[in-house]
Design a protein around this ligand. Structure first.
Ligand SMILES: Cc1ncc(COP(=O)(O)O)c(C=O)c1O
Length: 319
């Protein structure tokens, strides 16, 4: 039985949760560019408790509310890039903590782990795609704080069973973090499958227009670790600008239309096999940066992700 009173995710997305401009009722809220907020002369208080954009920005909060709702999370944060978002949980770690990390994932996160984590006294143990026994060997109970999975992974599109990885992580007392850039909440909701954190390069499918660099992290729980990540964003400053936040919301409005239009499965399509992963649907996105990807994505996703997928397009000649 479906609950008719609960809006479908595609409705939430296209209406961007129905946030409107309070003054005019405009259904597309204005971009709030102000970096600071007027204080009451007597009380020195600010309206809505906002003080400075690095801590709380209206346009950023709109983007956060939308992605939080789409992922079904407890809280969300947007960042100035996907790499800023995806490394935010790693910035929350402390000396002596360990990370169990999938070996073949987006190279920037691997480089961050290689170059910085060891120097900060944080060990990294790697495991291979699809090797859950390898994952079980890589986690060290009491020491591993985060199990890091990217699924489907860039550049192989290898899929990890999120529910099984979550079980292994939780048994060892670790959190499961999933980079879900390729799937988007349209195709996978990792938190429902047991993940604790989900991150996105919103520069890709989440925005879908190739006109913004952005990232997002969604947490299942607004807990102590999340607050530490919030502190990282506030004091290190990897923020998303207001105009970019607006563009991200605009992209997410058409995310369902753009990401659901998939062709029939091809031989190299990715699929989740677990019943628990039933929220995944087959897709045929190919490896980023290849001409095949351009053809596939254009066929699959229509205008919303078209420009990101284009490879080798000829430049228009000067007028
Ligand atoms: C899976 C994945 N995660 C993170 C990133 C980093 O995102 P950004 O380029 O927005 O910083 C990328 C970039 O390609 C990616 O593919």
């Amino acid at each position: 039985m479906t609950d008719e009173t609960v809006p479908k995710p595609e409705t939430l997305a296209v209406q961007a949760l129905g946030w409107e401009d309070r003054e005019t009722g405009a259904v597309v809220p204005p971009v709030h560019l102000s970096t600071t907020f007027a204080r009451d002369a007597e009380t020195y208080e600010t309206p809505d408790g906002r003080t400075y954009i690095r801590a709380e920005g209206w346009s950023q909060e709109h983007a956060e509310a939308v992605i939080q709702a789409l992922e079904g999370g407890g809280a969300a944060m947007v960042f100035g890039s996907g790499i800023a978002a995806c490394t935010a949980p790693l910035h929350g770690l402390k000396q002596g903590d360990r990370v169990a990390m999938l070996r073949t994932i987006y190279h920037g996160i691997l480089r961050f782990a290689e170059v910085f984590l060891a120097d900060w006294g944080i060990g990294v143990d790697y495991f291979d795609s699809g090797d859950l026994e390898g994952l079980a060997r890589a986690v060290r109970p009491g020491e591993t704080r985060i199990v890091w999975v990217e699924t489907p992974a860039n550049p192989t599109w290898a899929v990890t069973d999120i529910a099984a990885a979550a079980e292994i992580a939780h048994k060892a007392g670790a959190m499961l973090a999933v980079d879900s850039t390729a799937a988007t909440p349209v195709l996978t909701r990792p938190l429902e499958l047991g993940a604790d954190l989900v991150c996105h390069s919103a520069t890709k499918f989440l925005n879908g227009h190739s006109d913004v660099i952005a990232g997002a992290v969604v947490t299942k729980e607004d807990d102590e670790f999340w607050q530490r990540m919030q502190m990282h964003r506030r004091v290190a400053g990897p923020l998303l600008g207001s105009f970019e936040a607006y563009l991200l919301v605009r992209g997410m409005r058409c995310g369902y239309a753009g990401n659901r239009r998939t062709p029939s499965p091809s031989p190299d399509s990715w699929k989740h096999t677990q019943a628990s992963n039933a929220s995944i649907i087959p897709d045929s996105r190919a490896i980023p940066g290849t001409k095949r990807q351009a053809a596939r994505c254009e066929a699959a996703s229509g205008a919303c992700c078209r420009s990101w997928c284009r490879v080798g397009a000829t430049k228009p000649s000067a007028p």
